[in-house]
Design a protein. Structure first.
Length: 441
């Protein structure tokens, strides 16, 4: 959980009524003096050698030398660091991406590979040869996780930025067509309803309150401010595994796709027929269920709930309105990983290392693949992009742009609101909600 040290010079954000119309915090939210102070502090924190050795590791509250969680991964060789950055979603100071691909190209690759993987899994599960069938069952968990992640990415990354008009930079009109096609592909909320709900979510008069669609969804599930922690955890867990909830969620998605103009509705119906009739007829119900329906429905919806439930501090106060500090406080960075053993000065046993690798492979990797997909680790940057003087069109490099803001010292204190591990993300949100007065619900 992020630990707050009180309002320093860099965190006393100016409460000025000058955010842009999308609700993002304005560029001039930080006074120039606090920008300079924050920049000097950030530069002193993040001086590093090139390679795997740190000159100035972070200091703990007691004054002992202590690496940040991301810097603890420097225990591994320098050539592995780009991998750890992609896995965690958190770059090292001043790190740059190895490759910069256009968002439309990565979208095309994601869709193509997902269709190929799904087709391969269906073919293996429908094979008559026992060895191929065994391979199909063995690979299904991996294939299903990957397909779930792509479907989530289609909605919350590509569809999301199409709604914002930044998926296509030069052909702006193409964003509208992309939003229509992508929401049909994932059978997610149609683009008109999604745009309304999401742009309302950005408004400072609505952000994270009961008028926010995501907050209202949590409230309907019983995740409400002022409740004890055990009740909040139980309500969230119950929804994750509830057949009733998943049937309701799927019904809402399908009905939303039918609320379209006649041409789009016809395409959506044809796509549903392909998924729910043609595929099982061709490959069998068992293969369709494991290779396609499971990732498209239950896994998709579980990941969606965990993603938006941990996205912000929900229902913890009145709408931020002109209070930029309150707006920023409800945003946080979310990263998949945990401190590497042996980097706190004490030796790590083989058992400790084994437990760390098991959690990495079974918790943090799936989280990054299917929950915190694409640029979601830096979702706080998305909301604060104007405050740090960046361009929203830089979203394909969001995790690096977020770190660039921190390195520059003009970060709206994003470095002070970072959460590692899906369990800590859930704990942070429910703890904040349990401490909030019930009247905010």
């Amino acid at each position: 959980m992020p630990q707050r040290q009180g309002a320093s010079a860099a965190t006393r954000l100016s409460a000025r009524p000058n955010a842009d119309k999308s609700g993002c915090v304005p560029r001039n939210a930080l006074p120039s003096g606090t920008q300079r102070d924050a920049r000097r502090r950030s530069q002193s924190r993040h001086r590093t050698h090139r390679g795997s050795h740190i000159v100035h590791p972070l200091l703990s509250a007691s004054g002992n030398r202590r690496l940040s969680v991301r810097e603890s991964y420097l225990r591994f060789p320098a050539w592995t660091q780009p991998f750890w950055t992609l896995l965690t979603g958190k770059p090292l100071p001043h790190e740059q991406p190895l490759v910069r691909l256009p968002a439309t190209l990565t979208m095309g690759l994601d869709l193509t590979i997902a269709l190929l993987v799904c087709t391969l899994n269906l073919s293996l599960l429908a094979a008559e040869k026992a060895s191929l069938l065994l391979i199909g069952y063995a690979l299904t968990p991996v294939f299903a996780l990957y397909l779930t992640g792509v479907l989530r990415k289609v909605q919350v990354v590509y569809g999301h930025h199409a709604i914002h008009g930044t998926l296509f930079k030069k052909r702006r009109h193409a964003n509208a067509y992309a939003a229509r096609g992508l929401t049909i592909f994932a059978l997610s909320q149609n683009e008109v309803e999604y745009e309304k709900d999401h742009l309302d979510h950005h408004r400072r008069t609505i952000f994270t309150t009961l008028n926010d669609a995501d907050a209202a969804h949590l409230y309907a599930l019983g995740v409400r401010p002022g409740k004890p922690l055990n009740e909040l955890n139980r309500a969230l867990f119950t929804a994750l595994v509830s057949p009733r909830y998943h049937l309701w969620f799927l019904k809402a998605r399908l009905l939303s796709n039918l609320r379209r103009p006649i041409v789009d509705r016809s395409i959506a119906i044809a796509w549903m027929v392909l998924i729910f009739v043609v595929v099982p007829w061709q490959y069998g119900v068992v293969a369709a269920c494991l290779a396609l329906w499971l990732p498209l429905t239950i896994l998709y919806q579980m990941c969606a709930l965990l993603q938006f439930a941990t996205e912000h501090a929900w229902l913890v106060g009145e709408a931020p309105n002109t209070n930029v500090h309150a707006y920023a406080q409800r945003c946080h960075g979310r990263f998949s990983g945990e401190r590497v053993p042996g980097t706190d000065g004490s030796p790590a046993s083989a058992r400790t290392w084994l437990a760390w690798w098991v959690r990495t492979l079974l918790v943090h990797v799936p989280t990054r693949i299917a929950i915190l997909v694409g640029d979601l680790p830096a979702h706080d940057w998305h909301h604060l992009v104007a405050a740090v003087g960046h361009s929203a069109s830089s979203w394909p490099r969001a995790i690096y742009e977020r770190q660039r803001a921190i390195d520059s010292g003009n970060s709206a204190d994003m470095e002070g609101r970072e959460i590692w591990g899906i369990g800590n993300m859930v704990r942070h949100v429910v703890l904040s909600m349990s401490r909030a007065p019930a009247r905010f619900g």
